[in-house]
Design a protein around this ligand. Structure first.
Ligand SMILES: *[C@@H]1O[C@H](CO)[C@@H](O)[C@H](O)[C@H]1NC(C)=O
Length: 437
């Protein structure tokens, strides 16, 4: 790793050839980068997660979940969490689009057999990449359902459900009139979740926070606040899902999260109750883009560990948010058992220079089986956008990689992107962090 880093300095780093590696509060910082790839992300194991939480007796029952696969456990549903000081301008979730391009519903079945058609090519591509793609033809209406290819759990105590990218299915069902042209080259990924602060557009997603008891969710003396729908100003809970208002600056230590807009099935446990239960973003191939700014905030010098100037964007196994993100008893969430977290852009120290550095880290059992405490992170960092904006993509792919890259701010969160958009710029010289097995 040290060798490869030295080689790529010229191509990727913005700074001078070799900036001093420095340790601040037990964290190593190396060089500023604009892209970073984690490899060997997935591992296998089991973790316990609450299956019921009794807020009168403060008792919790657990179920054991087994996982395996190239991204595991992050092939499971994940949710995104943001901590201030931060302002979110845009968010998008992209999934491989299996819907036909220009076919009408009644002719699509026949067209499937023409090998040169685009959708046919997708099938080949999927086959090559070992994705499980299931195509259903229902009453002349073609419903193409891409099942997230989570590996079958080996434990019978696990309930495994599949996430169906909602917009893709809806699009296939309603035919294709008015559908914008897809880009011509490469595999096509469709935007299934979208937020644009300026136009107040929100599609396929739900904004949530941990203010259960205020409008939605629950509060109890045993467990405190569950998850809740977030009010538009981001300051409180709300009875129903709201669109995050334009120009909201989340302050120091204020957090919120982004989920899909899909309700849970009855078997999914949620401390806040089923009405507030939403699904995360599941699957072995999923790509997300964020645009945000993280303005400086006053640093509370009396408590530098109080997240006072430490904004962050990170992803968690969705089971964590549905039980407790910050449980008073660590076992009351699956985090401790290694159900998975990937920090994408996280500031870990409130004063300069480290407050300008956005770090990344995998928290899972990978490399330390059975403990839930493996993973690891690179010492390279992205530069925090304190004044301007930062547009960044994070892709979780079936080859066991998680790739983070800064995009040009002109990226406009289009309805379709291609695999080429996702992979462009990534090469053998991209800074690489191979997670230890
Ligand atoms: C989810 O969002 C999509 C896109 O905006 C919308 O078409 C769909 O009706 C929503 N589903 C639910 C259950 O709200």
């Amino acid at each position: 790793m040290v060798f490869s880093k030295a080689v790529l300095v010229g191509a990727v780093l913005m700074g001078s050839l070799s900036e001093a590696k420095q340790q601040i509060n037990n964290v190593w910082y190396c060089d500023p980068v604009t892209q970073m790839q984690y490899t060997n992300v997935g591992c296998s194991g089991t973790y316990n997660t609450p299956s019921s939480m009794d807020s009168t007796g403060c008792s919790v029952d657990f179920t054991s979940v087994a996982y395996s696969g190239p991204l595991a456990p992050l092939n499971d549903e994940i949710t995104f969490h943001l901590r201030g000081p931060i302002k979110l301008y845009n968010f998008a979730a992209y999934y491989i689009d299996d819907s036909p391009d220009d076919a009408t519903p009644s002719t699509y079945a026949a067209k499937r057999d023409e090998p040169h058609k685009k959708h046919r090519r997708f099938e080949h591509e999927h086959h090559k990449r070992n994705l499980k793609v299931k195509t259903e033809v229902v009453e002349q209406v073609v419903t193409i359902t891409r099942y997230a290819d989570a590996p079958a759990p080996s434990s019978t105590t696990t309930t495994s459900s599949v996430y169906v990218a909602p917009a893709v299915v809806a699009n296939a069902e309603k035919g294709h009139s008015g559908k914008p042209a897809k880009p011509a080259n490469g595999d096509v990924w469709k935007r299934t979740g979208y937020y644009d602060s300026a136009s107040q557009k929100s599609e396929g997603i739900t904004f949530m926070n941990n203010k259960g008891g205020a409008g939605s969710g629950t509060w109890s003396t045993c467990f405190g606040n569950s998850i809740s729908f977030m009010s538009a100003d981001g300051q409180s809970g709300c009875a129903t899902p709201q669109i995050l208002a334009d120009n909201v600056l989340f302050g120091v230590n204020q957090e919120f999260s982004i989920w899909t807009n899909q309700s849970c099935d009855a078997s999914t446990f949620s401390l806040g109750g089923s009405s507030v239960c939403r699904r995360g973003f599941s699957g072995n191939n999923k790509v997300f883009v964020f645009k945000f700014t993280m303005p400086s905030a006053h640093t509370d010098d009396s408590n530098i560990y109080g997240n006072s100037n430490m904004p962050a964007v990170w992803s968690l196994n969705s089971l964590i948010g549905r039980s407790l993100q910050y449980p008073s008893n660590p076992s009351w969430s699956c985090w401790n058992g290694g159900c998975g977290e990937f920090d994408i852009w996280e500031v870990l120290y409130p004063t300069a220079p480290a407050c300008e550095y956005m770090t990344s880290t995998l928290h899972s059992a990978q490399g330390n089986p059975g403990t839930g405490k493996g993973g690891g992170g690179t010492c390279d960092y992205f530069e925090r956008p304190t004044t301007g904006t930062f547009t960044g993509m994070v892709s979780y792919l079936a080859d066991g990689t998680i790739t983070i890259k800064k995009l040009d701010d002109s990226f406009d969160f289009p309805e379709y992107i291609t695999t080429n958009d996702i992979k462009s710029g990534i090469s053998g010289s991209t800074p690489n962090f191979k997670v230890a097995s």
